[in-house]
Design a protein around this ligand. Structure first.
Ligand SMILES: *[C@@H]1O[C@H](CO)[C@@H](O)[C@H](O)[C@H]1NC(C)=O
Ligand SMILES: *[C@@H]1O[C@H](CO)[C@@H](O)[C@H](O)[C@H]1NC(C)=O
Ligand SMILES: *[C@@H]1O[C@H](CO)[C@@H](O)[C@H](O)[C@H]1NC(C)=O
Ligand SMILES: *[C@@H]1O[C@H](CO)[C@@H](O)[C@H](O)[C@H]1NC(C)=O
Ligand SMILES: [Ca+2]
Ligand SMILES: [Ca+2]
Length: 375
């Protein structure tokens, strides 16, 4: 009897594990404490301001080829295009990377280590749908979520027909659903659109997609160290880019989840979903917007949770790995569950993963043609 039972159980278990390995093979979303969404109820979109910027930054006097950091010519020979993002000059210096007061020890938030960063440039804003569309229109680029035919969205943001079509979810975070047809153009599945939020961050871009976009625009992804240096400004041991208080001057400085996670999002900061990349105040002296909150941002580093405390200059992360580092938390992060909207916090996904709360911004060692840097 016991023998039968244990044989039965082990067969059952192997079938189950086989099923699991199949269902996670195509795409794995390893970071389970994230939250996602999309917002159709945004009242704060300042589209005109954004479009003005696009016109002002337009610069097409002559044809040039754009080179990336290594001097490689980008995808084909591209013409200068209307830049909708600006870059901020990040004056180099030395800072303490990581924290000695980690909230998530398992994430490798600590220990603090001394790191020197050379001066570089960082996008002021997260990359928007409008910019990503320029890239797609001029290159015909197809994102990984489009190739896979699905991407991850948090259930609260899906319509009934889309929900009825869902077959897969993330086991450890069952509110994360694999949605057929979800991609950057259809962020909540085939009955959604980005047309009402072209100035919001592009979603459902994998690490590989982000690298392709940055390369095309004559930039690159920031390293984790650069990203964290830019986030911290000169405030080393603080939680947020501006200090330790979440709402100084009784103002909201970022878009996160307010209310009870994952049941109810009150939208106290004005947004239940994403916000325009231009909204919310500049978060620190580098004039960066939404560096924490709104969407998670890919960095170029491989993921590891062990760090050397030796002094390092311009570290580029581990030589290899299976996941890439993302930083900054998102509009789906709540203190009770994903208190990762802090400069030292970090998380990871496989380079082909995509989700409705994950985007990016680019960096470069010198500003590419057509970009006027803010000092
Ligand atoms: C991209 O191409 C489509 C189809 O031609 C067009 O409707 C859209 O305005 C273009 N987007 C940008 C940002 O130029
Ligand atoms: C349901 O999923 C299939 C692919 O499996 C897709 O073709 C179809 O558009 C989806 N329907 C909805 C309503 O999302
Ligand atoms: C979404 O997919 C379903 C098929 O599953 C189809 O009936 C419906 O027309 C599609 N909606 C759009 C807007 O394409
Ligand atoms: C998710 O958050 C919970 C509660 O904060 C924590 O106990 C758990 O370790 C986290 N899981 C991961 C994968 O970070
Ligand atoms: Ca919010
Ligand atoms: Ca962000």
């Amino acid at each position: 009897m016991y023998i039968y039972l244990s044989i039965y159980l082990s067969i059952y278990l192997s079938i189950y594990l086989f099923y699991l390995s199949i269902s996670t093979e195509k795409k794995s979303i390893k970071e389970t404490n994230i939250s996602s969404c999309s917002d159709n109820n945004n009242i704060h979109v300042d589209e005109n301001k954004y479009l003005d910027k696009k016109t002002n930054d337009n610069n097409d006097d002559d044809d040039v080829t754009i080179e990336d950091e290594e001097g490689n010519v980008g995808l084909n020979e591209i013409k200068p295009f209307p830049r909708t993002n600006q870059m901020s000059f990040i004056a180099g210096g030395t800072f303490m990377m990581g924290t000695n007061k980690p909230v998530f020890v398992a994430d490798g938030e600590g220990p603090e280590r001394k790191v020197e960063i050379s001066s570089f440039y960082m996008d002021v804003h997260e990359v928007s749908n409008a910019e990503f569309e320029l890239f797609v229109n001029s290159t015909g680029y197809v994102t990984e979520a489009e190739k896979f035919g699905n991407s991850f969205v948090m259930e609260n943001y899906l319509s009934k027909p889309t929900l009825d079509n869902v077959t897969d979810s993330v086991m450890a975070a069952p509110w994360w659903l694999s949605v057929n047809g979800a991609n950057w153009k259809l962020p909540e599945g085939n009955d959604s659109t980005i047309r009402d939020r072209m100035d919001h961050p592009v979603l459902h871009v994998s690490w590989n997609d982000a690298v392709a976009f940055c390369k095309w625009s004559g930039k690159r992804l920031p390293t984790e160290a650069e990203w964290e240096y830019a986030c911290k400004g000169s405030l080393n041991q603080r939680l947020f880019p501006w200090g330790n208080k979440e709402n100084p001057y009784n103002k909201h400085w970022m878009n996160i989840w307010h209310g009870e996670f994952p049941k109810h999002n009150t939208g106290d900061d004005g947004y239940v979903g994403t916000n325009s990349v231009t909204m919310f105040p500049e978060q620190n002296k580098f004039k960066l917007k939404n560096i924490i909150g709104n969407v998670w941002e890919w960095t170029s580093d491989w993921w590891d949770v062990r760090h050397s405390t030796d002094f390092q200059k311009d570290p580029k992360g581990p030589p290899d790995g299976s996941d890439r580092v993302k930083k900054g938390g998102s509009f789906l992060c709540h203190k009770s569950y994903c208190y990762r909207y802090r400069c030292a916090a970090r998380s990871q996904n496989t380079p082909d993963s995509s989700a409705s709360n994950l985007g990016f911004r680019c960096a470069s060692s010198k500003p590419p043609p057509g970009v006027e840097a803010i000092h």
